[in-house]
Design a binder for this molecule. Structure first.
Ligand SMILES: Nc1nc2c(ncn2[C@@H]2O[C@H](COP(=O)(O)OP(=O)(O)OP(=O)(O)O)[C@@H](O)[C@H]2O)c(=O)[nH]1
Length: 332
């Protein structure tokens, strides 16, 4: 039997990976697709008929292979065969350990094949991440790694940059990876024939790039100063206060906050409100506009937010958020 093609989707936080997955899942291709998410799940993938497998295990490099091998075996044992498997990695993940999985496990080698590593790039913010001067010495810059490993690059969010800015980004990308084809997209809407079943992964090219790629024990280190602050809070928010709080936070700390997202409950509304932030750019949607379902009558209304970045003051962010809840004492 032909091995099932696997596409690994990487890209920095907020670049458009989930948007790409939704685009693929809603496309007219008639394929049965399984999705594996590596990293933190945020519950914000639109609901589909496909199943989503999550892996939530801290340092991805160190745990990914075991988890992934287990999940892939489980998937492949099913009676109904999948036509394709997509693996989405979290924004900061180095794609190497995910790709290695397909070469280190002998049993998997015949059942699946790595079709391509797709890297989604946020045209507006990528240069800032490539030039990140705050990465600790000796640590890898994941934005560079993700480009270097890519077989194909989706240059996404081209609606947010001028022709001149775009040309500068393309030049930088080509300087890191001249081999990968670049597809320009808005909302990750790439022609599916150009991203799935493309047989673009080449082990030889990767070994040229990283000679110890197949060495499972190879040293690696990550910039540990990037952290995430999560908030889980019951109750309803005052719309005006929450809006002021979020705009101020992103205005003051937008350079350091790479990514933010959350589900919010507002006083007087049964709709679920979702926000998605990338640095200072913020987008809102809600079940009132058809995105997701409203809060159910017996469903517990919980605000869930996450901020990923550096120099984040967990206590301060939590306390100031809680002061926006209806009935809370004003922030000190
Ligand atoms: N303007 C603009 N916004 C986009 C585009 N593509 C995606 N977005 C928005 O960017 C935000 C982040 O997109 P996601 O698809 O969630 O990004 P992601 O890479 O999955 O993010 P992580 O979950 O942090 O890894 C969302 O608000 C998207 O609607 C685009 O081409 N242009």
């Amino acid at each position: 039997m032909e091995p099932v093609p696997v596409t690994v989707i990487t890209g920095f936080l907020g670049s458009g990976k989930t948007t790409l997955i939704n685009h693929i899942l809603t496309g007219q291709h008639g394929k049965k697709i399984a999705i594996i998410e590596v990293g933190v799940d945020d519950g914000l993938v639109v609901e589909t008929k496909e199943e989503i497998f999550e892996m939530n295990n801290g340092c991805i490099c160190c745990t990914v292979r075991g988890d992934l091998i287990r999940i892939l075996h489980k998937l492949l044992k099913r009676k109904h065969r999948f036509d394709a498997i997509l693996i989405e990695t979290t924004g900061l993940a180095d794609p190497a350990p995910v790709a290695q999985t397909f070469f280190v496990d002998d049993d998997l080698k015949d059942l699946v094949r790595l079709d391509a590593i797709l890297t989604v790039v946020d045209a507006k913010h990528i240069l800032q991440h490539l030039d990140d001067a705050q990465i600790e010495e000796g640590a890898e810059n994941e934005a560079v790694e993700q480009l270097a490993f890519a077989d194909r690059i989706l240059l996404n969010k081209v609606d947010l940059v001028s022709q001149k800015e775009k040309a500068a980004v393309v030049k930088r990308i080509k300087g890191i990876n001249a081999a990968a084809e670049i597809i320009e997209t808005v909302n990750s809407r790439a022609d599916l024939d150009r991203v799935l079943g493309i047989r673009a992964f080449s082990l030889d090219r990767i070994l040229e790039e990283e000679p110890d790629f197949l060495d499972e024990g190879a040293e690696h280190s990550h910039s540990s100063d990037v952290t995430s602050v999560g908030i889980d809070a019951d109750g309803n928010l005052s719309f005006a206060k929450a809006q002021r709080w979020l705009s101020k936070l992103l205005q003051d700390k937008g350079a350091d906050i790479f990514r933010s997202k959350g589900i919010l409950c507002f006083e007087g509304s049964d709709d679920k409100h979702v926000f998605q932030g990338v640095h200072m750019l913020l987008a809102f949607s809600s079940s009132a506009d058809g995105a997701g379902r409203p809060w159910g009558p017996d469903e517990k209304r919980v605000n869930r937010l996450v901020f990923i970045g550096r120099n984040l003051d967990r206590d301060e962010i939590n306390a100031s958020f809680r002061s926006c809840l209806v009935g809370s004492a004003p922030a000190a």
